[in-house]
Design a protein around this ligand. Structure first.
Ligand code: GLN
Length: 508
């Protein structure tokens, strides 16, 4: 049933009166109804709010008023983003059962509202965004639209699955160590982790605050650029928001700027292949992933890019450093779930201490508990310097090495994920195996730089493969330019799974 191949096309159709925002929303909910029993992409829907926005759009179109970018295009948001009056669960029992209803909007939601984009619902994730498969969700995993026996990736698995299945054409995820790019790769869509500070984190439930960024999922690069433009900008409510954006808002007009750039040539663009994540050194990477990656290098060359190999030696320490820094920050951020202030309160406590213990034991799942214990240990007196201090030094080294790389190249590439979508249960019994799914994405968060994943092929099971393109701070436009040229030439743009297979018998 999806009538429009892209969000920008749908937006144009609404502006020109070919369809209405209400009709687009009706069709969106019909698609969600038809495929949601299989996919489980959503934790909740917010129909009343969405229809309000859609009606406003239609009234403005009828009145001949001008409308902002992407107005009328339905969008889904990850269920760790606050939207006034809606339950925010983070896929945790701690906040489930409507025990927490957002009293305010995340800044990104204000921005979606300002652009009159109907927010259709909140998507499933690994509990508190900790995981790579959505198997850590307290509400059951989301399924990969290409094969529902496989994971969609994570933690923003629901947000990736809803776009891959064309329930919606756009969604928002959050990326702390790969949670937008890895599910984008596994679901065959585009996903962007912006430069730290480009998109406000205000109203995003904090996991690891020095690493978290919100970003878009889309079916193609131009759509992703448009949604990033809606999200980006200075916000005084986030102390890590980049102030310079306030002085030069035109910097983030990606759609307009992209329109000025060539779609067919990358002449003069210098691209580095990360030595440690390619060729012989890419240990643990599927051969089929590496073959698709090699083919994408050839494609970029054919587009005129200047390709060389660049060493970023410390990427191999990224996972180790991340699993100190991220749990350390998480142990502090998650201390607020104490049974008093938010969500769940377990009955039967004798005193304050037992209230904390009972609530936290009942409310958090095993992965979240593991992270809190890891983080608390890493920060404890006597160990702080050996663990946290050392991880911070690795982080610094990694930043330095990336900065060296930018002396030689405009962007760096590697596969987004070492493997394609795996079957449920395949990695969930071995946390270390799961942690390694982010070996190629984590260094980007540690350095605070931007990166995106764009589809670059399929394996023998017809599971999608993603190419990751990374660049210096604030190089989003360059990354979009490279990705769009690649996407046009490579022939994987807009590929979608067999949507009929996702419909439950009652809905066919
Ligand atoms: N998979 C990584 C983790 O489990 C990254 C998660 C994320 O980016 N939110 O921590």
């Amino acid at each position: 049933m999806p009538t429009y191949a892209s969000a920008l096309q749908l937006h144009q159709a609404i502006l020109s009166g070919q369809t209405t925002a209400v009709q687009a929303l009706d069709e969106t909910y019909a698609r969600i109804d038809a495929t949601e029993p299989v996919l489980n992409a959503y934790n909740s829907l917010c129909k009343a709010l969405a229809y309000e926005a859609a009606k406003t759009v239609d009234a403005k179109v009828a009145a001949g008023e001008s409308l902002p970018l992407l107005a009328g295009v339905p969008v889904a948001i990850k269920d760790n983003l606050n939207l006034t009056g809606t339950p925010t669960t983070c896929s945790s029992k701690m906040l489930g059962n409507e025990s927490y209803v957002s009293p305010y909007n995340a800044t990104v939601c204000d921005r979606l509202n300002a652009h009159l984009m109907p927010i259709v619902g909140k998507t499933n994730l690994d509990e508190f965004a900790m995981g790579s498969s959505t198997e850590n969700s307290a509400f059951g995993p989301s399924k990969n639209p290409w094969d529902p026996a496989r994971v969609p990736g994570g933690s923003s698995g629901g947000a990736a699955a809803t776009v891959a299945s064309r329930q919606v054409l756009l969604s928002l995820g959050s990326d702390t160590g790969g949670s937008i790019r890895q599910p984008a790769a596994l679901c065959g869509v585009v996903g962007i982790k912006p430069t730290y500070g480009l998109v406000s984190r205000y109203g995003l439930v904090a996991f690891a605050s020095s690493l978290d960024q919100i970003g878009p999922f889309a079916v193609d690069v131009e759509d992703a650029a448009a949604l990033l433009e809606v999200l980006a900008g200075y916000d005084p409510m986030d102390s890590t928001s980049h102030k310079a954006l306030a002085q030069a808002p035109e910097q983030t007009r990606y759609s307009e700027q992209l329109a000025q750039l060539s779609k067919t040539s990358l002449a003069g663009v210098r691209i580095g292949v990360i030595q440690e994540l390619s060729g012989e050194q890419a240990q643990g990477f599927d051969p089929e992933v590496m073959a698709a990656f090699e083919a994408s290098i050839a494609q970029l060359k054919a587009l005129g890019a200047d390709i060389k190999t660049v060493s970023v030696p410390s990427v191999k320490y990224g996972v180790a450093a991340y699993y100190i820094v991220a749990p350390a920050e998480a142990s502090s951020n998650l201390a607020r779930y104490d049974g008093l202030r938010y969500g769940l309160r377990e009955p039967g406590a004798q005193d304050l201490g037992s209230l904390f213990k009972k609530t936290r034991a009942a409310g958090f799942g095993p992965e979240v508990k593991r992270r809190i214990m890891l983080g608390t240990f890493a920060l404890s007196a006597g160990y702080y310097d050996a663990y946290y201090g050392k991880a911070q030094r690795v982080r610094q080294l990694l930043r330095h090495e990336f900065n060296q790389a930018w002396q030689q190249v405009d962007a760096l590439i590697c596969p987004t994920s070492p493997c394609t979508a795996f079957k449920f249960g395949e990695k969930s019994s071995d946390p270390l195996q799961m942690y390694l799914s982010d070996v190629a994405t984590i260094p980007v968060n540690l350095a605070g730089i931007p990166a995106l994943s764009v589809p670059c092929g399929f394996d023998a099971n017809h599971m999608p493969i993603g190419l990751q393109i990374q660049g210096p701070h604030w190089s989003e436009l360059k990354l979009l330019q490279i990705a769009r040229a690649y996407e046009h030439a490579a022939g994987f743009k807009g590929k979608q799974p067999n949507l009929d297979a996702l419909k439950t018998p009652a809905n066919v």
